[in-house]
Write a protein that binds this ligand. Structure first.
Ligand code: KIV
Length: 270
C-alpha cells in the first residue's frame, strides 16, 4: 500500500519481485474501459490488451487481421479504466517482424498513444534482435512462446506444444534466449505442463501460463472465456467462473418482453 492507502501500481520490474516472493501473478485480458475497471478493482495484477480482441469482440476466426491502429485504440480504452494493474499490449501480426525501426515506432505508439506500460511479442527467432532494441529504447517486452496464435497456419492447429523432445528442447532454449534479450516476463501458451514448470524454475523472469498447467508463476485467461461470455470456442483449460452469456440473453429477453408488453418504462422510470 502507498502512503495514501491506495494499492501501489504494478510495474514490469515489480512482477519479478512477485516471483521472488512466490506470489502468483493474476492476469486477464481486457479490451475496453468497462471491463478493465472492474478487473482492476477486483485486484488483477496484469491486464493484457490481447489481439484476441479480433476473435472475441471482432468475430473473426483468428487474430491475424488485427492492426496496430486498433491495438492503440483498445489500449487507450483499457488504460482509462485502470489504476493499479500493469497494462500490457499485444503487438499484432507482422508489426514487429520487419524493419526494426518500424517495430520500435509501433511498440512506442502503444505506450505514447495508448498508455500501455509494456508490449507483448510472439515468438523468438524472428523477433529476438528487435526485442533487444525495443527494450534498449525503454519499452518493457513480454515474450510469448508455445502456441503462438499469430503462427496458427504454420502450427496447423491449437494443440499442446512441447510434447516431442525436439520441440521441448527448442522451447526451453527460446525461453532462455528471450530472457537474455531482455524480456521482463514470458507467456507460455499450451506448453506441456512439465516443460512449463521446468522453464519457470530455470528462468529468473516470471512465466504466465495459459493452458500450461499449475507450475507457472501466474495465469492468464481471456476475460470473455472465464466469464462465460464467449461461446464460440471453449478450450478445456478454461474454467468458467461465471455464465454471463445466459444472464445477458435472459436480461435482454426480459427487457424486450417489458418493452413489447408496455411494462417498461413504468411509473418513476422517467
Ligand atoms: O491475445 C491474447 O489474448 C493472448 C493471451 C491469450 C495470452 O495472447
Amino acid at each position: 500500500m502507498s502512503v495514501e492507502g491506495r494499492a501501489r501500481p504494478v510495474t514490469a520490474p515489480g512482477l519479478r519481485r512477485l516471483k521472488e516472493k512466490g506470489r502468483r501473478i493474476v492476469a486477464l485480458t481486457a479490451y475496453d474501459a468497462l471491463f478493465a475497471r472492474l478487473q482492476d478493482q477486483a485486484g488483477v495484477d496484469l491486464i493484457l490488451v490481447g489481439d484476441s480482441v479480433g476473435m472475441v469482440y471482432g468475430g473473426r476466426s483468428d487474430t491475424l487481421a488485427v492492426t496496430v491502429e486498433q491495438m492503440v485504440y483498445h489500449t487507450a480504452c483499457v488504460r482509462r479504466g485502470v489504476e493499479r494493474a500493469l497494462v500490457v499490449t499485444d503487438m499484432p501480426f507482422l508489426s514487429v517482424q520487419g524493419d526494426p525501426h518500424e517495430a520500435i515506432k509501433a511498440c512506442g505508439r502503444m505506450l505514447a498513444e495508448g498508455g500501455a506500460q509494456a508490449v507483448k511479442v510472439e515468438g523468438c527467432a524472428a523477433v529476438e534482435e528487435t526485442i533487444r532494441r525495443v527494450v534498449d529504447c525503454g519499452i518493457p517486452v513480454m515474450g510469448h512462446l508455445g502456441l503462438v496464435p499469430q503462427s496458427i497456419h504454420r502450427l496447423g492447429g491449437y494443440g499442446q506444444r512441447g510434447r516431442s523432445g525436439d520441440e521441448a528442447a527448442r522451447l526451453l532454449e527460446d525461453a532462455h534466449r528471450l530472457e537474455a534479450a531482455g524480456c521482463f516476463s514470458l507467456v507460455l501458451e499450451k506448453v506441456e505442463p512439465d516443460l512449463a514448470g521446468r522453464i519457470t524454475r530455470e528462468l529468473a523472469i516470471p512465466t504466465i501460463g495459459i493452458g500450461s498447467g499449475p507450475d507457472c508463476d501466474g495465469q492468464v485467461l481471456v476475460n470473455a472465456d472465464m466469464l462465460g461470455l464467449y461461446e464460440e470456442i471453449q478450450p478445456a483449460f478454461v474454467r468458467r467462473f461465471a455464465e454471463l452469456a445466459g444472464q445477458v440473453r435472459g436480461a435482454v429477453g426480459a427487457y424486450a418482453d417489458a418493452v413489447r408488453e408496455g411494462r417498461f418504462p413504468g411509473p418513476g422510470e422517467l
